[in-house]
Write a protein that binds this ligand. Structure first.
Ligand code: KIV
Length: 248
């Protein structure tokens, strides 16, 4: 399993870092068998696994179940556990929740933005932290690209540098212009993981359901579908139904 320092070493050697979301035992096994560097148990599971519209609709109870399943399925892969909405609302709450993830086998936690005093406190307790800048789904008013105006770009860059100085080993850069992704990647020691952050980030993350084509809905502009599991699944179910009917 790659440790946070192994992941930083990849940046230093100019190697790319692959991260994919997974949420359950079976898909975690597949991601580990494929050799992905990191699995993110994202709070996007609110949408992909539970059918909610917003990631704000889930909390620690749901996340703990899925993080535990992924850790069981991928015991040799670096699992990043996503802090759900308000689970990091103050330093002590954040630490207590992060500790629960780490005790299940997560290797690091991810949180959105710069909640006051939280990253400092987690780092003082040796919790490896992956930051998240740009589009922040837990609090965003819309899902448009962030950092298009100079003012917004400067704020994102400042937040990225701030979390780098606080000792985050990694940061997700979501849906920002490519040149901003490059600038931040060049300026910080942390590993930058893009999702719609352009080609210059140190690595990339995709939501598993987009990458594997697990749903019929339109993909975000920055996502690529590598296989069509939705079509395969429907076909498989139809064959099953046909086989049941054939036995009547
Ligand atoms: O929850 C999630 O899947 C994420 C990724 C989009 C980075 O935060």
């Amino acid at each position: 399993m790659l440790s946070p320092s192994d992941i930083v070493a990849k940046k230093q050697k100019g190697e790319k870092v692959s991260m994919i979301t997974a949420y359950d035992f079976a898909f975690a096994q597949m991601a580990e068998a494929a050799g992905v560097d990191q699995i993110l148990v994202g709070d996007s599971l609110a949408n992909t696994m539970l059918g909610y519209k917003s990631t704000r609709e889930i909390g620690m109870n749901e996340m703990l179940i899925f993080v535990a399943a992924v850790c069981r399925g991928a015991p040799n892969t670096h699992v990043v556990a996503d802090m759900p909405y308000l689970s990091d609302k103050d330093p002590q709450t954040a630490y207590d929740n992060a500790r629960r993830f780490m005790d299940l086998g997560a290797a690091s936690i991810k949180l959105e933005g710069t909640p006051a005093g939280v990253i400092e406190f987690l780092r003082s307790k040796d919790i490896p932290v992956c930051a998240h800048h740009g589009l922040l789904p837990q609090t965003a008013e819309n899902f448009k690209q962030k950092g298009k105006t100079e003012e917004e770009a400067r704020a994102i860059e400042a937040a990225a540098k701030f979390t780098d100085d606080l000792g985050c080993f990694e940061m997700v850069l979501e849906h920002i212009p490519e040149e901003l992704g490059k600038k931040i990647t060049d300026e910080v020691s942390a590993v930058t993981i893009g999702i719609g952050g352009g080609k210059f980030t140190n690595g990339h993350v995709l939501v598993m359901h987009d990458a594997l084509g697990m749903h019929a809905r339109k993909l975000p502009p920055f996502a690529t579908k590598f296989v069509d599991m939705y079509a395969l699944g429907v076909e498989g179910f139809k064959k099953y139904i046909d086989s049941v009917n054939a036995k009547v």
